[in-house]
Write a protein that binds this ligand. Structure first.
Ligand code: 9MR
Length: 396
């Protein structure tokens, strides 16, 4: 290739991020560029560090197609929209998370905005503390409002995410060395203002996110270290006062099956109820791994709803070690079906949200090196077998 040709290709890269040109890199560890190829080319993993756009059907390397424009991967056959399927099963919604940068992708937004497909949306980042109160007392809602307005226009429910969490906190919160009274008032102001801003627009709020360690002890973050577990009731009370009609949730991961962490959640909800602290729901995130859906999922959802709260699956995705083979995609389909069927079987499980709907925008590859393909749509917005698994789960 001549130098001029190379320069010409490099110049095209910024405008072609979503669709890599022929022969270009389209994946691999640490790769942050586009992961799909122009028509006629498929993204083929050569090794875990490098995937390349090769003519569809001629892939060499490991030979495993991770995303295609030609449609040679197994795909879904069901035409039932997912929110329609959820409602037919008596659920309030099937939903998806989204994030602001993705909203400039019109093909993506078209699917997201179909309320027969998604009856609910969760903003993945833009209602978090760092986004809404980056400095003390200064609130910004532009990004959150963009997503709230989209759901309004589409006739979709909105889940608020989140009020109090150890992560994505501005440093003025983590490094302020506040005493208990001051931090309590900071939480009350933050949750009161953010929940109040969206009053009347929200179905449910993840008021407290991820309060536990995996062994069921409380996570030692700035809130717990300063206030003990009282920070939880402070946040819940502030949220209730700000929007009496929003359902207030505590949300966590690794509470899908029974075990120490789920027991800790049960005990927390019992103690909040005993103290008349408002609590309406438990959010089960469900960031799962192909082939490893906990066998106690349904029993666990039942022990939660037996407390007199509702349950929602709030952040479902089921990741695999890449490359995505036909066998892994088939197992993933079964796993999605198992999760959805468990929610279907438990009447207090009111809805399911996937943590974005396409592999194009999943958080997984940037967090778990070498893993991904966790969602029911591939990076080219084609439905994967997992889609059929979801439909079957709601029908079972
Ligand atoms: O999807 C979110 C991702 O874009 C952020 O980089 C990440 C930062 O912590 O948070 C992700 O969402 C998390 C959610 O808020 C809470 N449960 C785990 C989710 C995945 O990390």
């Amino acid at each position: 290739m001549s130098f001029k040709t190379l320069v010409a290709i490099l110049c095209l890269v910024p405008v072609a991020l979503a669709q890599q040109p022929a022969w270009a890199q389209c994946g691999g560890q640490g790769w942050t560029g586009g992961t799909t190829c122009v028509a006629g080319y498929s993204c083929v993993a050569q090794n875990s560090y490098y995937s390349q756009c090769l003519p569809t059907g001629t892939g060499t390397g490991s030979g495993t197609v991770t995303s295609t424009s030609g449609g040679s991967s197994p795909s879904a056959t069901s035409t039932t929209p997912l929110n329609t399927a959820a409602k037919a099963a008596g659920k309030k919604y099937f939903g998806s998370a989204t994030d602001n940068p993705e909203l400039s992708d019109s093909a993506y937004v078209k699917i997201l905005s179909d309320s027969t497909m998604f009856g609910q949306i969760t903003p993945g980042n833009s209602m978090k503390w760092d986004a809404t109160e980056p400095s003390r007392g200064t609130f910004t809602f532009t990004q959150g409002d963009q997503i709230a307005n989209l759901t309004k226009a589409n006739g979709q429910l909105l889940r608020g995410h989140n009020c109090v969490w150890h992560n994505q906190l501005p440093s003025w919160v983590t490094s302020g060395n506040f005493n208990a009274a001051t931090l309590s008032s900071i939480i009350t102001t933050h949750c009161g203002t953010v929940v109040g801003h969206y009053k009347g627009q929200i179905y449910s709020w993840d008021v407290v996110n991820e309060p536990f360690n995996d062994d069921g002890t409380f996570r030692q973050d700035v809130f717990y270290n300063t206030l003990g577990q009282d920070y939880i009731s402070i946040a819940l009370n502030a949220a209730r006062a700000a929007d009496p009609n929003a359902k207030l949730y505590i949300n966590d991961y690794n509470i899908e099956g029974t075990g120490a962490k789920s027991t800790a959640m049960v005990n927390l909800v019992k103690s909040l109820k005993a103290a008349n602290v408002p609590i309406d729901g438990i959010g089960v995130q469900a960031h799962l791994i192909v082939g490893q859906v906990p066998s106690t999922l349904e029993a666990n959802l039942r022990q939660f709803t037996a407390l007199g709260v509702e349950v929602a699956i709030t952040e479902l995705d089921i990741r695999m070690t890449l490359p995505a083979t036909d066998a892994l995609l088939a197992q993933q389909k079964k796993d999605y079906q198992t999760v959805i069927a468990a929610c279907r079987a438990v009447s207090g499980c009111i809805g399911v949200t996937i943590w974005d709907y396409t592999d194009k925008y999943s958080w997984v590859p940037s967090t778990f090196s070498g893993q991904g393909a966790a969602l029911p749509w591939d990076a080219n917005l084609n439905k994967k077998p997992a889609y059929d698994g979801i439909v079957a789960g709601f029908a079972s």
